[in-house]
Ligand binder design. Structure first.
Ligand SMILES: Nc1ncnc2c1ncn2[C@@H]1O[C@H](COP(=O)(O)OP(=O)(O)OP(=O)(O)O)[C@@H](O)[C@H]1O
Ligand SMILES: [Mg+2]
Length: 544
């Protein structure tokens, strides 16, 4: 009966590994506190650190690029607003300045008193336009109102500009924000005030006789035109940003994806590997930033390969050492069976002989597997004629097939087909496949060993097809693993045969495929087609 127990050994390879005692996990708390948490620590060690799963590199970089960008955006809008306001103030300030000059030039001293002689056209001109209200004010040298609005805000005495120079300030007037341009107009020395008091309209006089005095001219306007212009400038600057910003995000996204492409390629490379492929990654093809990571990973692979090699060598050595005592055990059991013994002892001896035989086969299989896996031994391949090899294998197994009343046949090409290989290994491979076919096909079955060249692909297919129970598609990837046997299947094998076949096929640059039989038709059973495809040796050497 097939032994499901044999699959147990495989479990740790595919599933999670059992927790190993970890010295680091038992270090005193003080040491734990001192060491920084390691996010890559094995699960049992990392448990205490309760680290959340690190975020994706892509998301992290994107966040760190976009978050400052989105923070800077409102700041740039604020700065744009201030700049736009300053730009908008420029032309309107110039116009206001001109108005202030024009107004100032219209102030003349009449009998020593500042008087504004403003033509009607100019008064209209100083009136409000469609958008803004304009206010003006002329104050005489003593601060008396000469013309305009009486309650316009005044500059401080220190802020008064020298005559001929216009200055600006912002004020609030009648609930409106206004911009005021103001200047002073100098008048010649004022007469003494007592003279002026005698004057009927006299208002202009100096505190001290002969002292120059100045009149104040102010013209202000509300800010609607300026705000409109500033808003237009901001709109002109900001609106395109609503298109540019999403575009920038898309470009950053695209750039990041391109930038992280080598990591994706590395991941694809690792995923595409066979589980037992421990060859180093090409660190020189990795970008400089991840080259140290690849180099460390390669170091790990090398150490792992060395460990696995050690284990394989140990198994091979152990198997080799067991061969002789097992042969001795078998021989002794057979010798003892020739003696007159009680039926119970005979039964025990038979069991011992059968067990020794089975174990001897296991040992042989283990050695074959170790040989097939040891690809570092620098195998020198020679051209091997596989059709001849297949015929020899059929001849070797014909007796076993006849014992089960089976029809073991051969189909092959007329001309020889060569592959580069090791004839002993290839023979071992065929033997395992034919052994399986005979072992698992019920009596009266039919087995065909076939050699078929496919020149278009430069391949030769070695096929063994039987009319047995077949291997279900779901089981096919598993049966090629070591020590895997299909539950409930007959036979006392160890589950190494197809693993050996796959290793030998791989070491010859070939592939192993399992299929239902395709050429034969069986009324009852699915049948199995085991196909090993090997590259053809080219050019074919001349036959001796
Ligand atoms: N031709 C076949 N028909 C049906 N089942 C097969 C066939 N070849 C292999 N199997 C199934 O695949 C399993 C694995 O085969 P494999 O040759 O690796 O191991 P085994 O025959 O059990 O042991 P070993 O060959 O090491 O003595 C077998 O146990 C059997 O169930
Ligand atoms: Mg087998």
């Amino acid at each position: 009966m097939a032994s499901p127990a044999s699959t147990k050994d495989d479990a740790p390879r595919d599933g999670p590994r059992p927790a190993q005692p970890n010295p680091a996990a038992h270090t005193p708390d003080t040491e734990h506190e001192a060491a920084p948490p390691n996010p890559f620590a094995p699960p049992d060690e990392a448990e205490g650190t309760a680290t959340a799963r690190p975020r994706s590199l892509f998301g992290e970089i994107l966040d760190w690029m976009l978050a400052p960008l989105l923070l800077l955006w409102p700041m740039s809008i604020a700065v744009t607003y201030l700049v736009a306001k300053a730009i908008a103030n420029g032309p309107f300030d110039r116009a206001l300045e001109t108005d202030a000059y024009v107004l100032a030039r219209q102030i003349h001293p009449v009998n020593g008193v500042a008087t504004l002689t403003l033509p009607d056209v100019a008064r209209d001109f100083l009136g409000s336009d469609n958008t803004d209200k304009v206010f003006y004010q002329v104050l005489g040298t003593r601060g008396e109102l000469v013309a305009g609005a009486a309650d316009m805000p005044l500059p401080t005495e220190d802020d008064r500009p020298p005559p001929g120079l216009v200055e600006f300030r912002d004020e609030t007037f009648h609930g409106n924000d206004i911009r005021i341009a103001y200047t002073t107009v100098e008048f010649p020395a004022a007469p003494p005030c007592e003279d002026v008091l005698a004057h009927p309209s006299g208002a202009l006089c100096g505190a001290a006789s002969g002292q120059a005095a100045s009149a104040l001219v102010q013209i202000g306007e509300t800010l609607d035109k300026r705000s409109a212009l500033a808003n237009d400038i901001i709109k002109g600057v900001i609106l395109p940003q609503f298109v540019i910003l999403p575009l920038a995000i898309v470009l950053v996204w695209f750039g990041l994806s391109r930038g992280l492409a080598p990591l994706t390629a590395l991941q694809a490379n690792l995923r595409a590997r066979r589980p037992d492929d421990l060859s180093p990654l090409d660190a020189l093809r990795a970008p400089p930033e991840i080259e140290p990571l690849v180099t460390s990973f390669n170091d790990l692979l090398t150490r792992l390969a060395q460990n696995i090699d050690l284990q394989k060598r140990f198994i091979a050595d152990a198997a080799h050492q067991m061969k002789t005592p097992l042969a001795g055990l078998q021989m002794q059991a057979e010798l003892a069976l020739r003696q007159e013994v009680s039926p119970e002892v005979r039964h025990s001896l038979e069991q011992i002989a059968a067990g020794a035989d089975q174990t001897a086969r296991l040992v042989t299989q283990l050695l074959a597997l170790a040989r097939a896996e040891n690809r570092l031994s620098g195998q020198v391949f020679a051209p091997v004629e596989v059709a001849h090899l297949a015929r020899l294998a059929v001849r070797e197994w014909v007796q076993a097939a006849l014992a089960k009343q089976m029809d073991l046949g051969y189909e092959g090409p007329g001309e020889p087909v060569f592959v580069d290989g090791n004839p002993v290994m290839l023979r071992e491979m065929l033997s395992n496949v034919i052994d399986n076919a005979i072992r698992y096909t019920p009596v009266n079955g039919r087995i065909t060993v076939r050699v078929m060249a496919e020149p278009a692909k430069n391949l030769v297919h070695l096929e063994v097809e039987d009319t047995g129970p077949g291997i279900a598609p779901a089981e096919r990837p598993k049966v090629v693993e070591r020590f895997y046997r299909i539950l409930g299947r007959e036979g006392d094998g160890s589950g190494l045969g197809l693993a050996i076949v796959r290793e030998i096929a791989t070491m010859h640059g070939g592939t192993l495929t399992l299929d239902d039989h395709v050429y034969q038709t069986s009324p009852r059973l699915a049948g199995t087609l085991v196909r090993v495809s090997l590259p053809v040796h080219a050019p074919a050497p001349d036959l001796p």
